[in-house]
Design a protein around this ligand. Structure first.
Ligand SMILES: Nc1ncnc2c1ncn2[C@@H]1O[C@H](COP(=O)(O)OP(=O)(O)OP(=O)(O)O)[C@@H](O)[C@H]1O
Ligand SMILES: C=C(C)CCOP(=O)(O)O
Length: 248
């Protein structure tokens, strides 16, 4: 059973304060992951107040690249430092976590199509490690370097590793409808187009709308849920909103 789980940057950082880890939220997530002790778990984390802040500052986004090496490095460095904290906390809780930095392995061509070699992640999994990837900057032909979101990594990993379960843990308990109630199941974008806004704070990768779009493109159902439902997701229960594009 292969599980791909993204810890939202909004969950593990204080998104309003640049480069600040939300220690309590991260510790709670790490405890849940440690308690679940899953066999084949791949983790991805987002940028929160680390990557998005730096990306905004240096004018780099999913579509706008940069050739400014110090700027590109500042974005990567912020993400790497957040990744360091997450890997260290996981290891301290007994989880055999190791980093996989997308900048060093992934690339986009001149059409912005992504190549993400999965061998490092696959081999780590086979050897009993828990690979921890993160939203990052990647080299892009004719554009310098652009952002890759944690959500895009999740969909690539889910497909490439034939994941059995996919979860996005965000700050909200699921995708809200017009009345603020959690929608139990989304099977097509038209169903939610009107209610899906972007993220409330600095977020260069599109917030909830892009999450739903990305998950709808998967073959298997995925779940969007809040931190309170992380133990349930890890236990194999359904949590938050199920996004099931295969049912379309
Ligand atoms: N209909 C909706 N239902 C739920 N959340 C919504 C909706 N529309 C917009 N949002 C916003 O989407 C946010 C979640 O997206 P965001 O990109 O911040 O999540 P994340 O993955 O946790 O963070 P990051 O992108 O930093 O990793 C919520 O905090 C909320 O403000
Ligand atoms: C902004 C950067 C570098 C990463 C974005 O990843 P996300 O928070 O998953 O959208």
């Amino acid at each position: 059973m292969t599980v791909v789980l993204k810890l939202g940057g909004s969950v593990v950082t204080d998104k309003e304060t640049p480069e600040t880890v939300d220690d309590d939220a991260l510790d709670a997530a790490v405890d849940a992951i440690g308690d679940a002790a899953l066999d084949r778990l791949v983790l991805v984390h987002g940028g929160g107040s680390f990557g998005h802040y730096q990306a905004d500052r240096h004018g780099v986004s999913l579509s706008v690249g940069s050739h400014d090496a110090p700027g590109v490095w500042a974005i990567h460095d912020a993400m790497r430092r957040l990744n360091d904290v997450i890997v260290e906390r996981l290891q301290a809780a007994g989880v055999p976590a190791l980093p996989v930095h997308p900048l060093s392995v992934a690339v986009r061509d001149a059409n912005a199509d992504l190549t993400l070699p999965l061998e490092p992640t696959r081999t780590m999994l086979a050897e009993g490690f828990v690979p921890v990837l993160h939203g990052d900057v990647v080299a892009e032909a004719e554009a310098g370097a652009t952002i890759i979101s944690g959500d895009e990594l999740v969909t690539r990993l889910a497909t490439g590793l034939s994941a059995d379960r996919v979860g996005l843990c965000s700050t909200v308990p699921g995708v809200y409808d017009d009345d603020g109630a959690v929608i139990p199941r989304i099977s097509g974008f038209a169903q939610v187009d009107a209610v899906l806004g972007g993220s409330e704070s600095t977020d260069v990768t599109g917030g909830m709308a892009e999450k739903v779009r990305a998950l709808l493109a998967l073959d298997s159902p995925a779940q969007i849920f809040g931190p309170e439902s992380l133990p349930a997701f890890l236990a194999g229960e359904s949590a938050g909103t199920v996004v099931d594009g295969g049912a379309e």
